[in-house]
Write a protein that binds this ligand. Structure first.
Ligand SMILES: [Cu+2]
Length: 276
């Protein structure tokens, strides 16, 4: 017994330096910054607590049975081999639990797929290895590629410490700019291989497939810069096509729109030129 205590104490001591690392380690998934991501988080927590309750109930029955009917108590095993009542109960209870979980899950799924009444539609095309954003009603389009600072640091023998680069591999030259609180619909496709537009804070990830148009929507609750990545293994530089969404106030968004108009005219003039 003493040996076990000593071993446990040694193990604990060995783990102590890792305490700082634990502090930085997030146990749960992020809550996100949109209504949908909150709904998904809520579903995740609901499922977790249902699983915890099931775990506690099952282990309580096991522990009770093991202690109460242990051999030293001269317990005699029951002889029956079949109980219709027990079978009905242990079929109905899991069914009821599954239905209780399926109802909110289905409601959230329906909400996720409902792209109607959006305030803004942006066509997103994935390329190896950049994103092309086209504001369908505003006549603006631009490419969004890895920021120069990250691109320089990622080169072999660049001599730049990636740790010194702010938002390394998560920064782009032109982020997707959207107004806060507006329902934004994205139409996703790709021009070469399959990519996936992934924004963890919005709880959204969808494939961008050549020849298909997938839809997703989000409504950002707070102003800020949100970062994600291409989540499909799309080729050599897959790791170098981040997604950045700049959520601005309506006023800042409007002034950004104004500043983009000359570029929109320029892009239309060069529309015949194929993308690089
Ligand atoms: Cu990709």
């Amino acid at each position: 017994m003493l040996k076990i205590i000593k071993f446990a104490a040694a193990l604990l001591a060995a783990c102590l330096p890792a305490r700082a690392a634990f502090a930085a380690w997030k146990l749960n998934m992020p809550r996100g910054a949109t209504e949908l991501s909150h709904d998904i988080y809520g579903l995740h927590m609901l499922t977790l607590w249902v699983c915890v309750a099931i775990g506690i109930a099952v282990f309580a029955v096991i522990i009770y049975s093991v202690v109460k009917f242990r051999h030293s108590q001269s317990s005699v095993p029951a002889k029956f081999s079949h109980s219709t009542k027990a079978e009905i109960i242990w079929t109905l209870i899991p069914c009821a639990i599954l239905i209780a979980l399926a109802i909110p899950a289905a409601a959230t799924l329906v909400k996720i797929e409902d792209t109607r009444d959006s305030a803004l539609s942006v066509k997103v095309t994935g390329y190896q290895w950049k994103w092309h954003y086209e504001y369908l009603d505003q006549g603006i389009d631009f490419f969004s590629t890895l920021a120069r600072s990250s691109n320089a640091a990622r080169q072999l023998n660049s001599g730049i410490d990636p740790a010194s680069v702010e938002n390394y591999l998560l920064e782009v030259d032109n982020p997707l700019v959207v107004p806060v609180g507006a329902k934004v619909r994205l139409l996703l496709t790709a021009a070469d291989v399959i990519h996936a537009w992934w924004m963890p804070e919005f709880g959204m990830k969808k494939d961008a497939i050549p020849g298909f148009v997938n839809e997703l929507w989000f409504r950002a609750d707070a102003i800020g810069i949100y970062r994600g990545q291409c989540a499909e293994l799309c080729g050599r530089d897959h790791g170098f096509m981040p997604v950045v969404v700049d959520v601005r106030s309506q006023q800042d968004y409007e002034s950004w729109l104004q500043s983009q108009q000359p570029r929109a005219i320029e892009t239309t003039a060069n529309a015949e030129m194929p993308p690089e």
